[in-house]
Design a protein around this ligand. Structure first.
Ligand SMILES: O=c1ccn([C@H]2C[C@H](O)[C@@H](CO)O2)c(=O)[nH]1
Ligand SMILES: [Zn+2]
Length: 138
C-alpha cells in the first residue's frame, strides 16, 4: 500500500462525514501491519462536545474489529495547509500507535506533510507514567 492509495482511502472516507453543524468534512485511513485499511470520518452531535473526529473513528473502529497493530495513517480535510489533528486525537494515537508511525497529513489541494505520532505530541502522558510504582508513597 503506497502513500497515494492511503490518501485516496482517506478522501473516500471524508465523503461519509456526518457534519450538519460544522460542515467541515474530515477523512482518515489507517493502515494495519497486515495490510488492511480502516477508514474513519468525523461524526458530529447536537451536543457538540460529543463529536468524534475522523482519526479517532478510524482507530476505535480498528480496535473494536480486533486490529491493534498499525503502520500508517492518512488524514484529509479542506484546509489551506495540510490538516492538523486535534489534541484528543493526538493523545489517542499515542495510546494505540507506535511512536514512529508515519502520519500523513493532507488537504484537498494535494499538499502533503508527513510526520510521526511522537512528533505530533511530544512529552505525552502515556502508559509508562501510570506504570510508575507509587505503592510506597504517602
Ligand atoms: O483533524 C481533525 C480536525 C477536525 N475534525 C472535525 C471535528 C469537527 O467535526 C470538525 C470541526 O472541528 O472537524 C476532525 O475530524 N479531525
Ligand atoms: Zn481530533
Amino acid at each position: 500500500m503506497d502513500r497515494e492509495a492511503l490518501i485516496e482511502a482517506a478522501k473516500q472516507a471524508r465523503e461519509k462525514a456526518y457534519v450538519p453543524y460544522s460542515k467541515f468534512q474530515v477523512g482518515a485511513a489507517l493502515l494495519t501491519t497486515n495490510g488492511k485499511v480502516i477508514q474513519g470520518c468525523n461524526v458530529e452531535n447536537a451536543s457538540y462536545g460529543l463529536t468524534n473526529c475522523a482519526e479517532r473513528t478510524a482507530l476505535f473502529k480498528a480496535i473494536s474489529d480486533g486490529e491493534s497493530t498499525f503502520a500508517a495513517m492518512a488524514v484529509i480535510g479542506d484546509t489551506e495547509e495540510p490538516i492538523s489533528p486535534c489534541g484528543a486525537c493526538r493523545q489517542v494515537m499515542v495510546e494505540l500507535c507506535p511512536p514512529d508511525m508515519p502520519v500523513i497529513l493532507t488537504n484537498l489541494k494535494g499538499d502533503v506533510t508527513e510526520t510521526t505520532v511522537k512528533a505530533l505530541l511530544p512529552g505525552a502522558f502515556d502508559k509508562e507514567d501510570l506504570a510508575y510504582d507509587r505503592t510506597d508513597q504517602t
